[in-house]
Design a protein around this ligand. Structure first.
Ligand SMILES: [Zn+2]
Length: 132
C-alpha cells in the first residue's frame, strides 16, 4: 500500500494504531462469511451433512475472505476515519485539492459575470431591492 495518495498527497496512516479499525472490519466480514457458509452448506446438505465438507467449506471461507477483503477493509476504514476526523491544514493535503470545488465555482462565477456584461449578481441584488 502506498503511504500517500498520488493525486492529493493525503497520508493514509494518520495515527498510530489506525489500522485496528480496518482489522476489525475484516474480522466482522470474515465471521459473517463463515456463518453464512456454515448455514448454507448445512442447510443444503441437511440431514446428512458430511463433517469434512462442512469443515472444508468453513476453512476455505475463513482463509480466502480476509485475503480478498483486506484492501477493501483498509479503503473503507480510511473513509470512516476521514468522516470521524476531517482533514486539517497540517495534514499535508494539497490546498488546491481541498479548494477544488470552491475554485470551480469561482471560475464559473467569473466566467458568467463577464459574459452577461453588467447583469447584477444574485448576492448583490438583495439589498438593492429593499431600498426605497
Ligand atoms: Zn487523494
Amino acid at each position: 500500500m502506498r503511504p500517500t495518495c498520488r493525486r492529493c498527497g493525503y497520508r493514509f496512516h494518520r495515527a498510530p494504531g489506525q489500522w485496528l479499525g480496518s482489522w476489525f472490519l475484516n474480522v466482522i466480514v470474515v465471521q459473517s462469511v463463515v456463518v453464512i457458509v456454515l448455514v448454507a452448506v448445512a442447510g443444503l446438505s441437511w440431514p446428512h451433512t458430511p463433517a469434512s465438507l462442512l469443515i472444508g467449506a468453513v476453512l476455505l471461507g475463513a482463509i480466502i475472505t480476509p485475503l480478498v477483503f483486506f484492501p477493501f477493509s483498509r479503503t473503507i476504514w480510511i473513509a470512516i476515519d476521514l468522516v470521524m476526523k476531517p482533514l486539517e491544514f497540517d495534514d499535508d493535503v494539497a490546498p488546491a485539492f481541498e479548494l477544488e470545488r470552491e475554485l470551480a465555482l469561482l471560475t464559473a462565477e467569473k466566467g458568467s459575470g463577464s459574459a452577461a456584461g453588467g447583469v447584477a449578481k444574485p448576492g448583490s441584488e438583495g439589498p438593492n431591492t429593499n431600498e426605497p
